[in-house]
Design a protein around this ligand. Structure first.
Ligand code: DGJ
Length: 508
């Protein structure tokens, strides 16, 4: 649901925040699930992203095997979590390694792309009609089955394919693709991009110049996936997503230095025009520096696109970005590789996955879990602000109408924080949400939050009328104590404890 460019994922009719975790690629097999659930429990995740493998789902053409999907549904319910299913279909990370064996053994019928040098590229051709038809049949079978087997909506969303596009070639150079490339750019795309055809033939090269090949490939891949998505949605209209292998948001370079054809930030408009059945285009963020991370969040949070981070690194440096996503009205956040199967995808994420490495993420969900519905609602109403610590920036401010909140890092709890040094590692994070006039919900880790009157010239100074710490039970705030004295005289100090405050401000 959308309101004034803000989004909410409605579950049981009210906004819901996906406190997510994605399992490793080969972990959604019944034999591996005992290594998955303990990690999910430790995290306090409420939503698990699990792949559905085409090779498992359709071992012989037209014969579908629902047993694994049914196991995922049953075990997710037992563990009281929702699922986002990832359809590992025609594309998985730019290749098609998850298509069934009967497809792999018929490369003429299900062709790969041809590179500029005429050699095959390990990426499926988006013009392969038989593959498209097969993917439509399989994906539709999956959606039809979910409709029948999941009336209680354990599955919230389905991702169609995984990081589609191509590594190693900007586009398909097969004769059939070349012919299309020389044809006029479709009027629908020109209209969506507010472009004039210009030259007489108005082919891709003429209209888009240096971007022509990449845009052509994005249009082709998105067009294929649209047909798969539309067919699935027609039988069961769940929200659908497509994830992107990103390009560098600050120094993007050119493909094939990044994956071509997927929903990278420069072709989001093309994807929106080509694939209207896809509700949300999502960034897989494996860049731990804050400049890049925050830029990616800005690029994917758009009036026409809800922000959802379906994958991000699982090393501790990434944990704080959950708050950065919240501060940009994200509907969900999901670190990758969250299970105890023994696999670790360093350098993208942690070198080892265990309770200790998951702890910084568990902190987030332990804090937000009990008030998840309230956070989702406040965010949907545009009332929540959040920040994360950035290296070399020991304090930050949030503007909240007549109030300014200052968030600082690394100062001792007792004493002025005029020159906070920053934490040894930038792990701080804070959120402030407006509950009413001069009333705020405040929470965070490894930081201090204080408030000042925005209008310094007024001469008014803030006083804490009351600072209540409480817990959430069944969505309702229950105060357990009032903070005062050392706990408020120098600002509100947050440690690794999952503390939530309700703060009433006044002036003197
Ligand atoms: C991004 C992909 O979408 C994931 O499936 C996985 O391969 C990670 N990269 C790397 O672990």
């Amino acid at each position: 649901m959308e309101k004034e460019g803000r989004y909410a994922l409605l579950v049981d009719g009210v906004p819901y925040l996906m406190l997510g975790a994605q399992v490793n690629n080969s972990s959604a097999w019944p034999a591996m699930l005992p290594e998955v659930w303990p990690a999910i429990e430790h995290l306090h995740a409420n939503t698990v992203e699990m792949p559905v493998y085409w090779e498992q789902f359709e071992p012989q053409q037209g014969r579908f095997d629902y047993t694994v999907v049914d196991t995922l549904l049953a075990q997710a319910r037992e563990h009281q979590v929702h699922l986002v299913l990832l359809w590992f279909g025609t594309w998985k990370n730019g290749s098609s390694h998850y298509v069934p064996e009967w497809m792999k053994l018929a490369p003429e019928r299900y062709p790969r792309m041809t590179g500029a040098d005429g050699r095959p590229v390990d990426s499926p051709s988006p013009y392969a009609k038989a593959a498209l038809e097969a993917d439509i049949q399989a994906f539709t079978a999956l959606m039809r089955h979910l409709k029948a087997a999941d009336p209680r909506r354990t599955v919230l969303m389905v991702q169609v394919e995984n990081e589609p596009g191509t590594w190693g070639s900007v586009r398909d150079y097969s004769p059939a693709a070349q012919k299309l490339f020389e044809e006029p750019v479709p009027a629908k795309l020109l209209a969506a991009l507010h472009k004039q055809a210009g030259a007489a033939s108005a082919n891709w090269q003429e209209v888009f110049g240096a971007d022509a090949e990449e845009f052509f490939h994005a249009w082709s891949v998105a067009g294929y996936i649209e047909q798969v998505a539309a067919a699935g949605k027609a039988v069961y209209p769940l929200p659908l997503s497509v994830n992107a292998a990103l390009r560098d948001p600050l120094n993007p370079g050119r493909p094939p230095s990044y994956e071509s054809g997927g929903p990278t930030d420069n072709v989001i408009d093309i994807w929106k025009a080509a694939a209207p059945s896809i509700d949300v285009l999502t960034p897989d963020i494996y860049m731990s520096d804050s400049a890049r991370y925050l830029k990616v969040l800005e690029l994917y949070r758009r009036r026409d696109n809800a922000l959802f981070v379906p994958e991000t690194g699982n090393s501790p440096a990434y944990a704080r970005y959950f708050f950065a996503a919240l501060g940009r009205q994200a509907i969900g956040f999901s670190p990758f590789g969250m299970d105890y199967t023994g696999y670790a995808n360093a350098p993208l994420g942690a070198t080892r996955v265990n309770q200790e490495s998951l702890e910084p993420f568990a902190l987030n969900y332990r804090l937000i879990g009990p008030m998840m519905r309230e956070i989702a609602r406040l965010n949907f109403e545009g009332k929540l602000e959040a920040v994360v610590e950035e290296k070399g920036k020991p304090s930050q401010t949030l503007e909240l109408g007549p109030w300014r909140a200052t968030v600082s890092y690394g100062a001792p709890h007792f004493g002025f924080g005029n020159n906070p040094p920053g934490n040894p590692e930038p792990v701080g994070r804070a959120l402030v949400a407006q509950l009413g006039d001069n009333r705020f919900l405040v929470a965070g880790f490894f930081c201090r939050v204080d408030f000042q009157v925005s209008d310094a010239a007024s001469g008014n100074q803030r006083q804490f009328l009351r600072v209540e710490e409480g817990t959430y039970e069944n969505g309702a705030f229950r105060p357990i104590r009032i903070w005062n004295g050392d706990q408020t005289d120098w600002g509100l100090n947050f440690t690794s404890a999952p503390q939530v405050l309700r703060v009433w401000l006044g002036t003197y």
